[in-house]
Design a protein around this ligand. Structure first.
Ligand code: NAD
Length: 369
């Protein structure tokens, strides 16, 4: 790829503050590494509603389609809570995911040594933890038909949702997971409930078939979702890549997130189908929301967004060295004792969003020699 077209949607609340720290890294790369990103910016969520009367406009969507990857802050806040459903900030996010057909959600759960005490589990269980959860995002029970609430002839009400997956939906998400495992530790756990659900039986069979045909060198284990939940809190380091459906992925990724301790540290990526050159549409964003309670105070943790940017470097732009440099800078700054308020520990130095961002760039400069 010759140009790296990056589209930034800072969004609402703390979005612009944390995104400003990514801009520092982009500026550093241009100045020190001569890596030029073609950066464009747009509005989403409440910010877009305030300006255009809609949480994500067609024009912005067109610009997004022209980009190689999108970096998103967060959307939402009390200011827009009373808007009609279709105009709420979150609708902008849903449109983005739907229009780009982002079917694979990647949620790493990584524990930095310096933050091992922030986990709800014992340090020895989580030290060195590095899991990637790959969640199917556009199918399954959240979208399956029939769905709805009906009143039965006897007056009783009935709520229905349908868990449904096709072969192609299973194969494309499993393909993403196996591909990721190749770049990691070559292990995949495929998670379903084949013991009680036909959709789980199909999931298991299709994942196994794909494995045997295309990825025989990767270690594959099938696991029931309830056992996976238990294993995540019993011995989480047994996992490398976990691939699962929309519902189980929703729950298991939040469970894995808490193993790491802080919302302000968690990046994510959502990927779409690969084009003829193998390039996927992709949106990178922190797991946290717009944190209106601390917005505008320069105290938000920018690391989840910086780590999302590192994921973008790795997965959208194949810039492994730069991704590693940024991640090592985060590690070293934490090892050096700097903390934003959300991850503050006794004896450490509490710093602002800005100082954290500046420190990361300074550390990158040092590491790059
Ligand atoms: P939240 O993630 O915004 O905040 C939860 C708590 O964590 C708050 O106390 C907040 O101050 C803190 N927090 C979050 N990120 C932080 C950071 N980077 N540094 C330090 N502290 C941080 O979740 P919420 O309060 O439930 O939601 C607030 C708004 O965000 C709502 O409008 C919600 O709809 C929206 N939201 C958006 C997204 C998204 O854009 N993807 C995700 C979740 C929530």
């Amino acid at each position: 790829m010759t140009t790296k077209k990056l589209f930034i949607l800072a969004g609402d609340g703390i979005g612009p503050e944390v995104m400003a720290q990514v801009q520092r890294v982009i500026d550093w790369m241009a100045k020190k590494r001569h890596i030029a990103f073609d950066v464009a910016e747009g509005l989403i969520g409440g910010a877009s509603y305030d300006r255009f009367g809609h949480p994500l406009t067609d024009e912005t969507m067109q610009d997004i389609f022209a980009a190689d990857a999108v970096l998103l802050g967060a959307v939402g806040g009390p200011k827009w809570d009373s808007l009609p459903f279709e105009l709420k900030p979150e609708r902008g996010l849903l449109r983005l995911r739907k229009d780009l057909e982002l079917f694979a959600n990647l949620r790493p759960a990584f524990v930095f040594d310096a933050l091992v005490d922030a986990s709800s589990l014992k340090p020895e269980l989580v030290k060195g933890l590095d899991i990637m959860i790959v969640r199917e995002l556009t199918g399954g029970v959240y979208f399956g038909q029939p769905r709805g609430i009906e009143t039965l002839p006897n007056g009783e009400r009935r709520g229905v949702n349908t868990q449904v997956y096709t072969t192609s939906e299973i194969v494309r998400i499993a393909d993403v997971a196996f591909d990721l495992a190749k770049k990691r530790h070559n292990r995949v756990h495929s998670v379903e409930k084949a013991n009680v659900m036909e959709s789980g039986v199909l999931w298991r069979e299709e994942v196994q078939k794909l494995h045997d045909a295309k990825f025989p060198g990767i270690e594959l284990q099938h696991m029931y979702a309830d056992n996976c939940a238990m294993q995540l809190v019993r011995a989480p380091k047994q996992f490398d890549v976990i691939v699962t459906d929309n519902l189980f992925g929703d729950i298991l990724s939040d469970c894995a997130a808490m193993l790491t301790g802080s919302l302000g540290m968690l990046p994510s990526a959502s990927l779409g189908a690969a084009d003829a050159n193998g390039h996927r549409k992709a949106v990178y964003e922190p797991v946290h929301g717009s944190a209106p309670d601390i917005a505008g105070k320069d105290i938000a943790n920018p690391l989840a967004t910086l780590l999302s940017f590192a994921m973008m470097l790795r997965y959208s732009f194949d810039m492994m060295d730069e991704a590693e440099l940024l991640e090592r800078a985060v590690k070293n700054v934490l090892d050096g004792g700097l903390r934003t308020g959300d991850i503050m520990q006794t004896g450490k130095a509490k710093v602002s969003t800005t100082v954290m961002g500046e420190s990361i760039v300074r550390e990158m400069d040092k590491l790059a020699g």
